[in-house]
Design a protein around this ligand. Structure first.
Ligand SMILES: [Zn+2]
Length: 253
């Protein structure tokens, strides 16, 4: 996929080339996180992708509320190498777990060599950093709608897979809060209802820590329906958010 596929289709079927598309359309760029994903990272990407000029918000029929969204989290393979980010004048591609151990700003040749030195340090020694082995991608997709179905990424962050569930939970909470606060987030595109991951143990622990913290109030309208259902898990996280598995992973099991 991506630019290479478009290049092939441009040659074989005469589709518009990458340069032509770039000239006529503003294509939003996903900003990768340098260390642990922050509210600023999420906010920048929400601004790029959910700007109403780029992605018109869902229309709401009179009297109805905005549709809820699911946060989809999964890992994708990446090349284990560094890259220069001209937008932020820094080095990308190190894992979020260890990136804080070194200054990634490119201010001189020495600053680049310092990163190289930290990469060469033996594993588990202080100051060691590593390449991201894969990237965690967090995307937002609406429930129950066919017109705005496509998931939209708001975080991509390299990891060396040494992250524990509580560390993951910490930044997931920050990103969810950034969506709830952003002017193109919850108020324009709807609230978050669930967070879906595969069954990996880190994801499971994070979901347990975040989304099993409070019960649906038994005397609320919803609680009156749910609580009499024997065996139903009525625990949720803040704002009624629930942790779930994406259906593909349930079917695989
Ligand atoms: Zn690492």
């Amino acid at each position: 996929g991506g630019p290479r596929l478009l290049y092939a289709l441009n040659k074989s079927h005469g589709l518009a080339s990458v340069t032509t598309i770039n000239r006529h359309n503003k294509i939003p760029q996903l900003l990768p996180s340098i260390a642990s994903p922050s509210a600023e990272d999420a906010s920048t990407n929400i601004t790029s992708f959910f700007n109403p000029e780029i992605k018109p918000p869902p229309s709401i029929p009179h009297g109805e509320t905005l549709p809820g969204n699911v946060v989809i989290v999964d890992r994708v393979a990446i090349n284990e190498k560094c890259q220069y980010c001209s937008r932020r004048n820094c080095i990308l591609g190190l894992c979020r777990e260890h990136a804080d151990a070194v200054d990634l700003q490119v201010n001189s040749l020495e600053s680049v060599e310092a990163v190289q030195k930290a990469l060469d340090l033996p594993k588990d020694s202080p100051g060691h950093v590593c390449y991201g082995k894969d990237a965690t991608v967090l995307a937002i997709a609406p429930y129950t709608r066919a017109d705005h179905y496509t998931p939209v990424p708001i975080i991509v962050s390299p990891s060396c897979k040494s992250e524990k569930g509580d560390m993951l939970a910490k930044w997931l909470k920050i990103v969810v809060a950034a969506w709830q606060r952003h002017k193109y987030g919850e108020c324009l595109n709807g609230p978050l209802w669930a967070i879906a991951t595969d069954g990996e143990s880190t994801f499971r622990l994070a979901k347990f820590l975040l989304y099993m913290t409070e019960q649906v109030a038994p005397d609320s309208d919803l609680g009156k329906i749910l609580h009499p259902l024997l065996g139903l898990n009525c625990w949720t996280g803040e704002h009624g958010l629930v942790g779930t598995c994406d259906p593909k992973h349930i079917i695989k099991r």
